[in-house]
Every structure is written in structure tokens, then in C-alpha cells.
Design a protein around this ligand. Sequence first.
Ligand SMILES: [Fe+2]
Length: 282
Amino acid sequence: MRSVFRRAASSGLLKNMQVVSETSVPGSYAGYGGPRILSPLSVTPSCSPKRAKVAEPRKASSSTQTTLVGRTLADWVVSESAEHQALLVERQPWWKDFQEALDQGVLQGDIREEEEIKIEFKRGGDLADAAEKLLNKVRVRLPEDLRSTIRGDVVDIGNVVTHLCPWSNTLLFKLEVMGESACSRWHRDNYCARAIVTYNSSGTVYAPDDIVNFWELDYCGCNDKIIKDASQVCSVGVGDVFFMKGKKFPHGAKGLVHKSPEIRRHDDGRVVNRLVLKVDVP
Ligand SMILES: [Fe+2]
């Protein structure tokens, strides 16, 4: 299916493509190790005094004013996407649990939180080549099905972001580990856009504008003052592809308010590291 997407993307037939189209069911990750890890964990807020009143963010499951939910990435390439601050394709993870391998890799120094696993991609370049170069920088042993997923995501997301941001000549692909240092305050990105996929643990959290106190957001308010109605906060699922428009997106709805999920810990206190792919449009 991915090759279909790539062929269609290159021939301009994005609307007819079928890529990954499963719809996630909250709490259901059949064949995936995520819940086995998540459910017994105690959750420690990354910034205790600033913790948002977000007990359990609800899973986005349908199109809202904030988010356009497509069945495939091709569904994002429509004029209607201009009316939304974020675009989402929900996917159910199909790769094996790699949490222990990632945590061990961080423990052994094979991969670090501050490590720059990054590729700059210029429009017209070879996305498959960029994917290989990015993965070649990863020293931690990731399962082949995950590497294959990341490889496909770099190509597919790169293609669709190129279509969504025709003014941009540069995309930045980054693979990042987020663990102990993930301290998250609600914010809007000060650049054009970012596509993001979280491959384990938990995904990005976001808030519709109508539940945000923008004075608190802009003037250093703490998280629980920024959000007016915590029950309306949404979360992106593991495996989902999420495109967030930043403050510098040149037209239409923009400036999605979002943050990283709260830090999670194993029963023995070790942090649950997350592996994240980011595709940035500066
Ligand atoms: Fe951000």
C-alpha cells in the first residue's frame, strides 16, 4: 500500500490513494505490547506544580473543528484541511513491542535523549534515501518491523507534508527519544508545522482553542490555568500520524495548542522512554 501511496503521490493522484487506514479503538492495541506496559505504570507528572488537570485525555475519533481526521494521509490533501489546526490519521500499531529494547538502549548509552538523529531533506530529493540515512544514524537495535515502519513513514509523511507545504523547500526529519527530560508546558509551535508519530507509550496531547485561556498561555501561566475544561483535552494515539500547524503556518487555521504527554514510569521507577518521529517544516 505504501508503494501505491508513493506512486500516487508522485503522479499527483493523492486523493485516490489507500495507505494505512485502520481506525484505532481507544485502549485496544491488539497484538501490541503497549497496554501491558502502560496499565500498571504509575504516572509521574513531568512538572508537578504545573501539571494540567488532564486525568485521561479523550482520544480524538472524529473530525472536529480543531482536527480533520482522515482515513488515509491522502485525505489531508483537500481544501477543507485549511480550516483545521491539525490533521490526523489514526492507526493501530502493527509492530512488536520494543519498549525494553529502547529502555536498555538508553541505559547503555546507545541512544540518548539529547542525541540529534536528524536529516535535512531538500524538495526534489529522494525520500527513501533520506529514510535510510536517518535509520543508519540509529545505534540502538530496533526490531525490523519498526524500522520498516519508520522507513515507510519518512517517505509517506514526507510526500504528504511536501504537498501541504508547497512553499517550503526543506523538511527536517528527526528521530527522538523522550524520557526524563520531557517537561511539557502547553504551547504553540513558533514555526510552520510539524508532523509527528509516537511509536510507543503515549502520544501528543492537544487542546481546542475554546478551552484555552490564551492570556495564561502567552503570559507564563501554569498548565492547570491554561486549560479551562480538562475534559475536552484530546490525545493522539500510539502509531497515529498527526500534523500540527504552528504559529507561522501561512494561511487558514493555525497555532495548535499542544504538549507532550505526562512522563510515565515502570513499576521499578524507571522512566518509560518514547520513540518519536518528527517531520518539521521550519
Ligand atoms: Fe510543540
